[in-house]
Design a protein around this ligand. Structure first.
Ligand SMILES: Nc1ncnc2c1ncn2[C@@H]1O[C@H](COP(=O)(O)OP(=O)(O)OP(=O)(O)O)[C@@H](O)[C@H]1O
Ligand SMILES: [Mg+2]
Length: 474
C-alpha cells in the first residue's frame, strides 16, 4: 500500500526554501508552497495541508499576522515558524499565539524533518486524547443508563431518535427515575455534545433570583449588581439548557421563557438590548403539569412549546426486571469507588429488592446498595426496607393514577382465605398490592376489617395503603 505522505505548506517569500525541502525530503513529504501570507491562507483551504512552515519575515503580511488569521479558523494545521537571525522576539510571540515549534534559518534539511515529525507526533497524540475524552464523555452517561425492560427499551429508542433533533423535550417521571440521566444523554448524543450542558434547578433557586440566574443582569439592575452578569441561557449558548423541576417555575417567568423559545432572544434584568441565543431546551418535572394548567399555575402555551416530545420514565416498580441489573451496576460502581469487595447479594435479598415498591425509585435503590457495599453487610437491606415502610414514604405520581383495579390473584384457590401469609406467600409485591386492594374493596374500605382478613396489624395495613398509594375506586 502506498504510504500517505504528510502534506506540508511552505509559506515563504524565498522560493529556495520550498525547493530545498522538496528536493531533500520528497520521499516522506509532499510540499506545496505559497509566496505570501494571503496566498498561503487561501491554500490552507484548497490544499488542506497537515502542517505549515511559516516564515516570520515576509513582505506584506508578517508570519505572525498570518498565524493570527489562521487561529480564527475552526481548525487549522500545526504551524512551525521559520525564523531568521535576530527574530527571537517574534518567535516568542508566535509560540504564544499557538505555533508548535520554530526552525532557525539557515537550516539542515534533516533537522527540518525531525521538527516536522515531532510536531506531527505531538499533534496526533493531542487529537487522540481529545477523541478519547470525547468518547469517554459520550459513553459516560448513556452507557451507564441501565435497563433491559420493555419500558426502558422504549425510552432508549426515543432518546436515540430525538437526541440530534432540535425539538424541545419534556422528561416526566417520579423522583429518582433517571430524568437527569436522560437529559444528559440527549445532550451527549446530540450535535451539541461539545458545547455546554447547563442545568438549572427551578425549584432550588429562590423565586427572586431565578430570573437573573436564567437571563443575567446588567450593572445597577438592583442593589448588589455591581457588574454585568451573564445568565444561564447565555452560558448555554450553542449547547443545551436543562430546566429541571420546570413545574416550579413562577408564572411571571414562564412568559419570558416562552419568548426565548419563540424568538431565541431575551433581555437581561435591568437591560434594554436583546440578547440572541441558540439553545436547545430540555425540561423535566415530576409534577402533574396538566393539573397545574387547570389550576392556572402553568401556562398551556408554554407547556405545548416545551413538550414537542415527551419522554415518560416508568417508575421502578413497573420494571422490576431491571432491578437485578441495576443492583449489579451499583455494586460495581460502589465497590470500585470505595475499594470494597462486596459483589453479590443472596437470592433472598434480591427477592426482597425485586418485591419492594421503591417509592424513591432508582435513587433509593442506589442508596441502599451503596450502604450495603460500604458496610459490607447485606442484612441491612431488611432494616432499610422496614424503615422505608415505617416512614410510609408517599409514591409521588407524575400522572394521576388509578391503581385500584384488582385482578383476581391466582395464587390460592380458596376465595375465602384472605390470610396475607397464605395468599401472597413468596410472591412479589405487585400481588400483595392487588390482594390488599381486593380486600379493601370487599370490606368497603373498612381498614380494621381488611386488616383482620389479611391477618396483618391495622398499623401495618395503613403503611401498605400509603406505600402502594391505594385509594378508593369509584
Ligand atoms: N437507568 C439508570 N441506570 C443507572 N442509574 C440510574 C438510572 N436511572 C437513574 N439512575 C441513577 O439514579 C439516581 C437518580 O437519577 P436522576 O437524578 O436522573 O433522577 P431524577 O428523575 O432526576 O430524580 P429527581 O426528580 O428526584 O430529580 C442517579 O444517581 C442516577 O445516576
Ligand atoms: Mg432530577
Amino acid at each position: 500500500m502506498a504510504k500517505i505522505k504528510t502534506k506540508v505548506l511552505v509559506i515563504d517569500d524565498d522560493p529556495k526554501v520550498s525547493w530545498i525541502l522538496s528536493e531533500g525530503l520528497a520521499s516522506n513529504f509532499e510540499f506545496v508552497s505559497a509566496r505570501d501570507g494571503i496566498e498561503g491562507i487561501q491554500m490552507v483551504s484548497t490544499e488542506k495541508p497537515d502542517l505549515i512552515l511559516l516564515d516570520i519575515k515576509m513582505p506584506g503580511m508578517t508570519g505572525l499576522e498570518v498565524l493570527e488569521k489562521l487561529n480564527k479558523l475552526d481548525t487549522r494545521p500545526e504551524v512551525i515558524m521559520i525564523s531568521g537571525h535576530g527574530e527571537t522576539s517574534y518567535v516568542v510571540d508566535s509560540m504564544k499565539h499557538g505555533a508548535a515549534d520554530f526552525i532557525n534559518k539557515p537550516f539542515e534539511v534533516r533537522e527540518v524533518e525531525i521538527h516536522i515529525n515531532n510536531v506531527m507526533e505531538r499533534s496526533r497524540l493531542k487529537k487522540e486524547v481529545t477523541e478519547l475524552k470525547k468518547e469517554l464523555q459520550s459513553k459516560n452517561v448513556y452507557n451507564s443508563f441501565i435497563g433491559d425492560s420493555e419500558g426502558m427499551h422504549k425510552v432508549k429508542a426515543i432518546i436515540e431518535q430525538v437526541a440530534s433533533s432540535e425539538l424541545s423535550v419534556l422528561i416526566r417521571g417520579e423522583s429518582g427515575t433517571g430524568k437527569e440521566i436522560v437529559a444528559r444523554s440527549l445532550h451527549e448524543l446530540s450535535n451539541r455534545k461539545d458545547q455546554p450542558f447547563v442545568k438549572v434547578n427551578c425549584a432550588a433557586i429562590p423565586r427572586d433570583l431565578l430570573e437573573s440566574e436564567l437571563f443575567g443582569y446588567e450593572k445597577g439592575a438592583f442593589t448588589g449588581a455591581h457588574k454585568n452578569k451573564q445568565g444561564r441561557f447565555e452560558l448555554a449558548n450553542l449547547g443545551t439548557i436543562f430546566l429541571d423541576e420546570i413545574g416550579d417555575m413562577p408564572l411571571e417567568l414562564q412568559s419570558k421563557l416562552l419568548q426565548v423559545l419563540e424568538q431565541q432572544e431575551f433581555v437581561r434584568v435591568g437591560g434594554i438590548n436583546n440578547i440572541h441565543v441558540d439553545v436547545r431546551i430540555i425540561c423535566a418535572t415530576n409534577k402533574n403539569l396538566e393539573q397545574a394548567i387547570n389550576q392556572q399555575f402553568f401556562r398551556d402555551d408554554l407547556f405545548y412549546r416545551l413538550n414537542e416530545i415527551t419522554i415518560f420514565l416508568p417508575p421502578l416498580r413497573d420494571r422490576r426486571e431491571d432491578i437485578p441489573l441495576l443492583v449489579n451496576h451499583f455494586l460495581d460502581k460502589y465497590n470500585n469507588l470505595y475499594n470494597k469487595k462486596f459483589y453479590q447479594f443472596s437470592p433472598e435479598i434480591i427477592n426482597r429488592l425485586v418485591s419492594f415498591e421503591w417509592p424513591g425509585n432508582i435513587r433509593q435503590l442506589e442508596n441502599m446498595v451503596k450502604q450495603v457495599v460500604v458496610r459490607e453487610d447485606e442484612s441491612i437491606i431488611v432494616e432499610l426496607i422496614a424503615s422505608a415502610h415505617s416512614q410510609g414514604i408517599n409514591v409521588n405520581f407524575t400522572q394521576p393514577q388509578t391503581v385500584n383495579n384488582p385482578q383476581p390473584v391466582a395464587v390460592n384457590s380458596n376465595p375465602d382465605d384472605f390470610s396475607l401469609k397464605n395468599r401472597v406467600g413468596k410472591t412479589v409485591a405487585v400481588e400483595e398490592k392487588r390482594l390488599i386492594a381486593e380486600v379493601l374493596n370487599k370490606t368497603n374500605w373498612n381498614r380494621r376489617k381488611a386488616a383482620e382478613l389479611l391477618q396483618i396489624s391495622y398499623r401495618s395495613l395503613l403503611y401498605k395503603i400509603k406505600d402502594y398509594d391505594l385509594n378508593v375506586t369509584k
